[in-house]
Design a protein. Structure first.
Length: 619
């Protein structure tokens, strides 16, 4: 549908590489902290982790993740993190650093039209032009209702300006015509979600007679719009959003994030509100960390986006605060978050506004301070969930209390921070008006029955655990080299205790390494031919077909966990050897040697702990 992107001159690409700061580019999506030695680190955007293994070297202009093996320069980062093509990444970086790109032509004398830039760039440009168009319309006579809507909610001209609010005029194709004149094609406007083809075949605008909020990605580019109905005879839904497009993915988008991201990182919290006016109200009231989802529930992908901003020194310590106006839908959403989001329960809070008002209404009725107070009065999600559960039962009867205990005990059992469980069991007993003993027992039972399941799932054929992990790592290299490549290759044959498996590991290197392989029979054959050990050759064929111990397809997470276990097993052996060595050295007569060994032991044990954390999360 689109012309092939033009080829940018090599020297311009080099210039883009040179001028782009890897730290700036990465910082748009990942909060970075100093890692010493001039390097920075943060939570990897490419795999799920709680402790940062994503490193950025400003001096070398590159990033590398020790967890999943992703690495590269600023161009590569944009390609992977924002799903851009090579050319789109180059164009994005060039425009940020003010570099005018030159494109290769077919040769002297051949007149080629100016090559089209990447699709993303075009869709962003269309949105920028549309934002300007809609904003101008907000001042027109036809937009009186839109201005009133904002004014009634406490937003004057300044706020409208600041958030880029606009108005879609009463016309079928005012925007389409305007953007066509600016050189955008019908295909581009359709792909952008700004327009759609009518039955007659002509191009019509998606939004009509509505108040619009531009929705920006984390870097500030407008990628879509949210549109509020204003007129009673508009029979569309109250809110209409841009549909899914190549640049607009509602599961990732958070309204207000471009304004809020620095404050979220700085203050260590993010406030989740429900609508565009709520975001505006919170920001205007002095809570600049508010964001809202756009036409979808707050989900796992949104959490990932926020977590990368909330990373604090070494782990995720920020708070995610949901606000609800106390209605049933909001409560349901909070309880669902509790179900899905176990890893962050301890970091999740609920702020319920008084009198069922949303932040925008609250600000109008009681002022800025009331909004900030509501957020400050947040309660832990666990408390909220318990309260909601107990509210469903009649605690005046024995049956009601017992039933409530049965429903509430699993919630307490789910609290990941196990030291907090006794405290909550006591609290639950108090709320129920029951003795601690039966409540504690119910909680313990719930803990036991929930921890039974993973053990059953982990049941695997008898084989030493270490050997199994070694085999699994090799299976990944043979069956999924594209996925496992860089991580696998980073771990040498010394990680393998079994000599035959060691020979297979060496054969993988001999065959050029898993990173360079694309998989398939040719790859397997190459490894087999490279294997010096006859038993190893047989084993290669076996490992190439033996199913992986993972439900469904292997993913980067599984690769990471498997290789972390492999490293962990090798470390355990080294630690055991080192410990016995330390014991044999006399700390008085051989002080220096003793200290050196003890230091090494300490650092190995730290590494082992980190690896155990990595390996624990996954399976
Ligand atoms: Zn990673």
């Amino acid at each position: 549908m689109y012309a092939v992107a033009g080829r940018v001159k090599d020297e311009d690409i080099a210039l883009v590489r040179d001028r782009s700061s890897i730290v700036d580019v990465v910082s748009d999506t990942v909060t970075l902290r100093s890692a010493g030695g001039g390097n920075m680190k943060g939570l990897c955007p490419f795999h799920d982790e709680k402790t940062p293994s994503f490193n950025v070297s400003p001096a070398r202009g590159v990033y590398f993740c020790h967890g999943c093996g992703q690495g590269g320069d600023a161009i590569k980062f944009l390609m992977d993190a924002e799903h851009l093509s090579f050319i789109e990444s180059v164009e994005r970086l060039a425009s940020k650093s003010g570099i005018q790109l030159r494109y290769e032509t077919d040769g002297p004398g051949v007149s080629t039209p100016r090559p089209q830039t990447g699709q993303r760039q075009r869709l962003i440009a269309a949105h920028a032009a549309a934002t300007e168009f809609y904003r101008d319309q907000l001042g027109s006579p036809g937009a009186r209702k839109a201005r009133e809507f904002l004014a009634e909610r406490g937003f004057g001209r300044d706020a409208a300006e600041k958030y880029g609010c606009g108005f879609a005029p009463d016309s079928w194709d005012a925007l389409a015509k305007h953007l066509r004149l600016k050189g955008f094609t019908a295909e581009e406007l359709t792909a952008a979600g700004l327009c759609k083809p009518a039955r007659s075949g002509s191009l019509i605008d998606r939004f009509r007679r509505r108040l619009l909020w531009p929705i920006r990605d984390v870097t500030g580019d407008v990628i879509g719009f949210g549109a509020r109905k204003l007129f009673d005879d508009d029979d569309g839904p109250k809110y209409l959003n841009t549909p899914e497009t190549p640049i607009y993915k509602k599961s990732h988008v958070l309204y207000g994030l471009d304004h809020a991201k620095r404050e979220i990182a700085k203050r260590g919290r993010a406030v989740i509100v429900e609508g565009y006016t709520d975001v505006m109200a919170c920001h205007e009231a002095g809570e600049p960390t508010a964001v809202a989802t756009c036409g979808t529930a707050f989900g796992v992908d949104h959490i990932q986006v926020l977590r990368r901003l909330l990373m604090d020194s070494d782990s995720f310590t920020g708070e995610i605060i949901y606000t609800f106006d106390g209605d049933a839908a909001g409560q349901k959403a909070a309880l669902r978050a509790f179900e899905e989001d176990q890893r962050f329960v301890g970091r999740t809070f609920i702020a319920v506004s008084p009198d069922n008002m949303d932040p925008c209404e609250l600000r109008l009725a009681k002022g800025d301070l009331a909004v900030r107070d509501m957020i400050a009065g947040r309660e832990p999600l666990v408390d909220f969930a318990l309260r909601q559960t107990l509210a469903k039962f009649d605690l005046d009867t024995v049956e009601g209390r017992v039933e409530a205990m049965r429903k509430a005990a699993p919630l307490v059992a789910k609290i990941k921070d196990r030291e907090k469980r006794p405290e909550y069991a006591r609290k639950l007993a108090g709320d129920l008006g029951m003795d601690l003993d039966p409540v504690q027992r119910a909680v313990n039972n719930a803990v036991r029955s929930s921890s039974d399941q993973p053990q059953q799932r982990a049941a695997q054929p008898a084989d030493s655990p270490q050997r199994m992990v070694e085999r699994e790592a090799l299976k990944l290299a043979l069956q999924e080299p594209v996925l496992a490549g860089p991580m696998f290759d980073a771990l040498g044959s010394e990680m393998y205790a079994d000599p035959v498996l060691q020979a297979v590991r060496e054969a993988v290197s001999e065959a050029g390494g898993a990173s360079a392989a694309t998989g398939g029979a040719v790859w397997i054959e190459k490894v087999r031919d490279s294997c010096a050990d006859l038993g190893g050759q047989v084993l290669v064929s076996e490992l190439a077909v033996e199913p992986l111990y993972v439900d469904g397809a292997a993913d980067p997470r599984y690769v990471q966990v498997t290789l972390a276990r492999l490293q962990g097993a090798a470390l355990t052996t080294r630690i055991r050897d080192l410990k016995s060595k330390v014991q044999r050295v006399n700390p008085v007569t051989h002080k220096d040697q003793y200290l050196a060994l003890a230091g090494e032991l300490f650092s190995l044990e730290q590494q082992a702990r980190a690896l155990r954390d990595q390996a624990a999360g996954g399976l």
